[in-house]
Design a protein. Structure first.
Length: 265
């Protein structure tokens, strides 16, 4: 009872959600694998994942957070999660390493102190592993699937559940491989519009369902255009929805998103 009270107080100390995340959260159930696609080193990705983990716990779930870190770093992660070592000891690839990522892991350490089932798992192949990265991550995630939902923060191109390649060298993403094998895969890439906000603007979050015409435009212009693949005629079956981060005037925004990290560490 004491632990539940402490956890409840911890959750109350966190910021309110920036926007409705229920379309993502509702599917975070046992045996599900939910991909959050990102363009690396955006603070909003870390905060979105933190909000999803927190909300899942409020709903009685205990999600596994999978990160695009070499699995050879799992020992360092496990030591950090038990507070026997520092998060700074984890070797995170330079392409994704930034302060919000490490603060996200610190937040998971805090949660694990109250809920031992909380875990962070490194699923990438790493630079010294000759295996195809997507194949390796698909195997790792398949082995994790079970009675706890899995939340994966990964580069957006890895989250596409269906790609019609124009080149023979094209290979299925980790999300596509898992979906083909029958796993309950859900994909939510993020998109930042514009890359940088002007002075006096802040980010606001907006969810776009896969069935919306806007989703197809975003899919073809921001993801399919980056690879040798045919443009899609529908976003359905490729992604489940987009999370858009848009710039808004702070004085007019009704659901402005605070871009300062608000987790006490």
């Amino acid at each position: 009872m004491h632990n539940l009270l402490v956890l409840f107080c911890l959750l109350l100390s966190l910021p309110l959600r920036a926007a409705d995340i229920d379309p993502i959260l509702d599917g975070m159930t046992p045996w599900s694998i939910t991909f959050i696609g990102e363009s690396h080193k955006h603070i909003e990705s870390a905060i979105l994942v933190k909000e999803l983990v927190t909300a899942a716990i409020e709903r009685g779930q205990c999600p596994i957070l999978a990160l695009e870190i070499a699995d050879s770093e799992q020992t360092a992660i496990d030591r950090a999660m038990t507070a026997s070592a520092s998060v700074s000891d984890i070797d995170i690839p330079a392409s994704i390493d930034h302060l919000p990522m490490r603060k996200l892991i610190k937040h998971m350490v805090m949660l694990k102190m109250q809920l031992p089932c909380v875990s962070v798992v490194a699923v990438d192949a790493g630079p010294n592993n000759p295996s195809d990265r997507d194949e390796w991550m698909a195997r790792k995630l398949a082995n994790l699937a079970g009675d706890r939902p899995i939340l994966v923060l990964i580069g957006a191109l890895h989250t596409l559940k269906k790609v019609d390649w124009l080149v023979k060298s094209g290979k299925p993403s980790v999300a596509e491989q898992l979906a083909t094998k029958g796993f309950e895969v859900r994909s939510f890439p993020q998109r930042w519009i514009h890359d940088h906000c002007k002075a006096g603007e802040s980010r606001s979050q907006r969810y776009v369902r896969a069935e919306a015409p806007e989703a197809l435009t975003i899919l073809n212009s921001s993801l399919m255009s980056l690879i040798n693949a045919k443009p899609r005629t529908s976003a359905q079956g490729v992604i489940d929805g987009f999370v858009l981060w848009e710039c808004e005037d702070q004085s007019r925004s009704k659901n402005g998103f605070v871009t300062e990290w608000q987790i006490s560490t």
